[in-house]
Ligand binder design. Sequence first.
Ligand code: 48H
Length: 259
Amino acid sequence: MALDEIKISRAILNRFLNKISDCLELDVAIVGAGPSGLMAALRLAQKGHKVAIFEREISIGGGMWGGGMMFNEIVVQEQGAAILRDLGIAIEDAQDGYYTADSVECTTTLASLACKAGVKVFNLITVEDVLVRDNRVTGLVINWAPVDILGMHIDPLAVRAKYIVESTGHATEVLKIIQRKGDTKLFTDTGKVIGERSMWADVAENTTLENTREVLPGVFVAGMAANATFGSFRMGPIFGGMLLSGEQVARLIDERLNS
Ligand code: 48H
C-alpha cells in the first residue's frame, strides 16, 4: 500500500474532531494534568464518569517529572505509598515512614492508567475563562496554548461540565480568572484566593486534604492549588498529598454526581 499523506491527515482530523466534539459536554472537566488532576481523573473515570483534562503544556504530569530540584525521585509517606502500590508503581522504603519512587515511572504510569480508564486528555489547550450561569460555573472557555502564549487575538471555544476541578497548581489560574472577572466570591475567608505560604511539609500535607473541597458552586480545588487558595503552606517534593487530594476530589464529586 502506498501511503497517502492526505489520508493520514484526514484520519487525524476526523478522529480528533470526534474526540473533542464528544467532550463538549462532560460530567467533570479538569484543568491541569499534574499529579492531583491526573489522579482525580483516573478515579472519576473508574467510577464511570465522563472526564476530560485540559492541559496547557505539550506534556502532562505537571511538576511531578522533575522530582526535587531535578533529581527525578519523589517522596511519599505511608498513605501515598499505598496509592502508588495500588497503581503498580515501584516504591523503595527510605525508612521511618518515608518512601521514594521514580518520578518518571509515577508520571507515565498515572497518565497511562488515566487514559486507559477512559479519560480524554487535551494537551496544548489553555483554559482562559469560564462559563457562569446563575452564580454557578458551568463550563470552561478554551483556546490553543500557542494562541495564548503568542497573545493572538483569536476567539475561544467552550465546554460545558457538571463539575470543574481546578488543579492548576501554585498558580490557581482558573480561580484567579474567576475572581478577576468578579462574577462570584470564593468560599475562602476573604472571598478570594488567599495565596500560598512558604515551605512547611508536615502542615502542608495535612492541609492539602482539608483544603480539597468545593470553592464556589460547581468548582472543586485540588492539589497545590487547594493550599494556595486557602492560604496554606507549600510542601516541596513530597507528593502523597497531591495523590490523596486527587482521590479526595474524585470522591467528593462522585458523591455529588450520584446524589
Ligand atoms: C490549562 C493549565 C493552566 C490553564 C496551569 O503544578 P501541577 O503539577 O499541579 P498539582 O497541584 O497536581 O501538583 C503540584 C506539584 O507538582 C507541585 O508543584 C508541588 C508538590 N509543589 C510543592 C512545592 O513546594 O513547590 O500541575 C498543574 C498543571 C500544569 O501542568 C500546568 O501547565 C497546568 O496545570 N495549567 N492548564 N489551562 N490555564 N494553568
